[in-house]
Design a protein around this ligand. Structure first.
Ligand code: PMP
Length: 361
């Protein structure tokens, strides 16, 4: 730390992203990226002509992408805001809607960035405990008097709330924003975009990083009332007006246009997830029923930390959180069928090497 760091930031604990390995070739299942390539047309439009245009600034309104998303989700263009990853969209939400009076509230086990943002922006945050089965207790959010952020489905648990539960939260907190982070919604749950007409306090946030195979392009978006989008634009134009670079802009448009490819990739991921869950259960794992592109698993006979480490030694990267309540779990992103076959084979091998040692313990 330099002596120049702002006093406000001295106690900040930065978000720790999953490893992006440079040294060795791993089966990379630690950051919930898609194993599939971007839509074919993305490869065509990120071409020399697009690169040549980089001498100019990108469109600060990101109009072609905003319009394409509006068409896809059947909303007005002035209801769409795009950001440099949904992390940036969430950061802008914090800047726009949170303060000393509008404090934050989110589950104790959820996407780690909500806590980091709260600290970064000096926002008081209540972290509401999940139930023992890792579900969200909706009653805790009724009339909660704070801005609410819920990942639906939640991460790293993979569990989702019903619309009925989310509506209860929305209608009992009309003076506060309710941010539903739908990073994983395309893997089998229903988006809240359809609730926007009924609830002006709803902000739906999504990303291109998972179901649209563009994690490296850094694209995310919010859909909400035009007043809320206007507020987000005010923040963006006071902070980073050209937040979407020219290459990601054209890549994003093509990815939204190719609905068939999007649906085909997501269908494959869902099928692979179900098959992987079944195989892991056969090996004695407790697998939480997931609506995402990852599974969250635990085993009676090997600790989460040891399993995560053993997988890494054998060339498979997964995500492990040394945190209360979930420190015996490992989060495994769903890769291709071939990758998951290999993970099952390696897991079987780890268990057979490990279990004889447990017998003597
Ligand atoms: N929300 C959730 C729940 C996530 O898991 C992630 C990615 N790890 C994000 C938001 C951020 O995604 P991105 O910035 O890549 O859009």
């Amino acid at each position: 730390m330099s002596k120049f760091l702002s006093k406000k930031l001295i106690n900040l604990e930065a978000y720790v992203p999953g490893e992006q390995p440079k040294d060795r070739k791993y089966i990379k299942l630690n950051t919930n990226e898609s194993p599939y390539l971007p839509a074919p047309k993305v490869m065509e439009v990120v071409n020399r002509q697009a690169v040549e245009k980089l001498h100019l600034y990108s469109d600060p309104d990101a109009k072609i992408l905003v319009d394409e998303l509006a068409k896809f989700y059947n909303v007005q263009s002035d209801q769409v805001f795009v950001g440099n990853g949904s992390d940036e969209v969430l950061a802008f939400c914090f800047m726009a809607f949170f303060d000393d009076e509008r404090k934050a509230c989110f589950p104790d086990i959820t996407y780690g960035f909500y806590k980091v943002f709260s600290k970064s922006f000096g926002i008081d945050a209540v972290q509401v405990p999940l139930k023992d089965d890792f579900t969200i207790d909706v009653d805790n959010y009724v009339n909660c008097g704070r801005n609410i952020i819920i990942a639906n489905p939640n991460a790293p648990t993979g569990l989702s709330l019903t619309h009925e539960q989310i509506e209860l939260i929305l209608k009992t907190n009309t003076d506060r924003v309710v941010i539903i982070d739908e990073a994983y919604v395309d893997f089998g749950s229903e988006s809240c975009i359809s609730l926007l007409d009924k609830y002006p306090n709803l902000i739906v946030v999504q990303t291109f990083s998972k179901s649209r195979n563009l994690a490296g392009a850094r694209l995310g978006f919010a859909i909400a009332s035009k007043e809320i989008i206007n507020d987000l634009n005010k923040i963006k134009f006071s902070f980073s007006p050209y937040n979407i670079n020219g290459l990601s802009l054209v890549a994003g448009v093509e990815s939204v246009k190719d609905k068939d490819y999007f649906e085909e990739c997501n269908k494959k991921t869902i099928a692979t997830r179900e098959r992987t869950s079944d195989e892991l259960k056969k090996l004695g794992f407790h697998v939480i029923s997931s609506k995402t592109n990852f599974v969250f698993v635990t085993h009676n006979l090997i600790s989460g930390e040891e399993f995560h480490k053993a997988l890494r030694e054998k060339g498979v990267l997964t995500r492990y959180y040394k945190e209360p309540k979930i420190d015996n779990y490992v989060r495994i992103t769903i890769g291709t069928d071939e990758e998951m076959d290999e993970v099952i084979r390696i897991t079987d091998e780890i268990l057979s090497e490990y279990l004889p040692m447990c017998v003597g313990k």
